[in-house]
Design a protein around this ligand. Structure first.
Ligand SMILES: *Cc1c(COP(=O)(O)O)cnc(C)c1O
Length: 233
């Protein structure tokens, strides 16, 4: 069923699911942005999504995989906004700071400091989200909730970054009501930081299997891969 649908149909179906969730959960129409997660997806498919469907936000997890896509001749007329969503090592910050508009996966100050220092002067500040380990899974990326206010305050003070909000990848589960719990917790942390005076406007939460639950809890940006491009090998 999935494979026979065209790319345009699948993007349209995801956009409809987003629009329906906005209505169902009392969110303003158009208040949830779609980042199409294009890891493992070839440049030609990204170009089709852009040309045929007007999709301009794409997410990538690995710098080595992303660089040839970002610089591909085929995509130069597409005005793509690239979002880095994968784990970030310090030896990759320079390339990310130079080539991406957004980073969703900042979870420690040293990485944020490098991104700020390495952001090229001719570019606007790099938009960043702090990744939070909301399900408290050992060994998973993300700052713990207890350290979040301290990290957020420090990152907000860096000159070439703009702290936009929070991101999380909860432990997978299938029930909508269960899916909502970690997203609700991230939303509470977001509201708390705003109450402390941080000007945040982005909740990056929700993927193919759980984005309706995330929208119910206030997601402003969902990161969707397999529902658009099919299952990854
Ligand atoms: C791969 C990935 C996604 C997309 O996941 P799907 O389940 O394919 O929609 C979203 N966010 C991050 C951080 C990812 O690594």
């Amino acid at each position: 069923m999935h494979a026979t649908q065209s790319l345009a149909n699948r993007i349209e179906a995801v956009r409809e699911r987003i629009a329906r969730a906005e209505i169902r959960y009392g969110r303003a129409p158009g208040s949830v942005q779609l980042v199409a997660v294009s890891k493992t997806v070839p440049v030609e498919t990204i170009a089709s999504a852009c040309r045929e469907c007007g999709q301009t936000r794409f997410g990538e997890n690995y710098l080595q995989e992303a660089l040839p896509k970002i610089t591909a001749a085929l995509l130069q007329e597409c005005a793509i906004e690239w979002h880095f969503i994968g784990p970030l090592q310090s030896n990759k910050t320079q390339g990310v700071a130079a080539r991406f508009s957004w980073v969703h996966s900042v979870d420690r100050l040293s990485i944020a400091q490098r991104l700020s220092a390495q952001r090229p002067a001719h570019l606007p500040p790099l938009d960043v989200c702090l990744q939070v380990n909301i399900s408290r899974e050992p060994g998973k990326s993300g700052v713990a909730l207890t350290h979040l206010p301290e990290l957020a305050t420090a990152v907000a003070g860096l000159p070439h970054l703009r702290l936009r909000g929070l991101m999380t990848i909860p432990a997978p589960c299938h029930e909508l009501e269960q899916q909502r719990l970690p997203f609700h917790a991230l939303r509470a942390a977001f509201d708390d930081l705003r109450a402390r005076g941080l000007m945040l406007d982005t909740l990056s939460m929700g993927m193919s299997e759980d984005f309706e639950a995330a929208i119910a809890e206030g997601a402003t940006l969902v990161r969707v891969g397999s529902a658009i491009f099919g299952r990854r090998a």
